[in-house]
Design a binder for this molecule. Structure first.
Ligand SMILES: [Zn+2]
Length: 129
């Protein structure tokens, strides 16, 4: 897509600090990292959201995400690596890989809520159907 920042990184029109590349995917450092070593893994093909991308591509990307997770954990000496698909910033499907440390002082990603007693089963049922 012409005005997509990630497509421009794929085509080389925009620079990026690449950490991995193959025929279907590209991984590079997020310019606004949650922590140093925060990587974005994208398909080279433009798909707006995860639910628009073909299943095989998603399987392929998550297998790559697992490999990258290990590399990031080792190289950044992280305690764990958060894998997240947020999909609300750049409209080109991407997987965040974020190194985290036991005492990094970062809050959990989302503020959490409590369900009302009746709500949980009702919502679970809604999603199941
Ligand atoms: Zn794109």
């Amino acid at each position: 897509m012409d005005d997509c920042i990630f497509c421009k990184i794929v085509s080389g029109e925009m620079p990026a600090a690449k950490v991995y590349e193959d025929e279907k995917s590209l991984a590079f450092l997020d310019i606004n990292p949650v922590s140093p070593g925060h990587v974005l893994l994208i398909p080279k093909e433009h798909h707006q959201m995860m639910d628009n991308a073909p299943d095989e591509l998603i399987a392929y990307l998550f297998t790559s995400a697992k490999k990258l997770m290990r590399k990031i954990k080792k190289s950044m000496v992280a305690d764990y690596v958060v894998v997240s698909v947020a999909g609300m910033d750049v409209p080109h499907f991407h997987i965040h890989l974020i190194p985290r440390y036991a005492n990094d002082g970062l809050a959990n990603f989302w503020p959490t809520k409590k369900y009302k007693e009746w709500e949980m089963e009702q919502i679970a049922k809604k999603i199941r159907e």
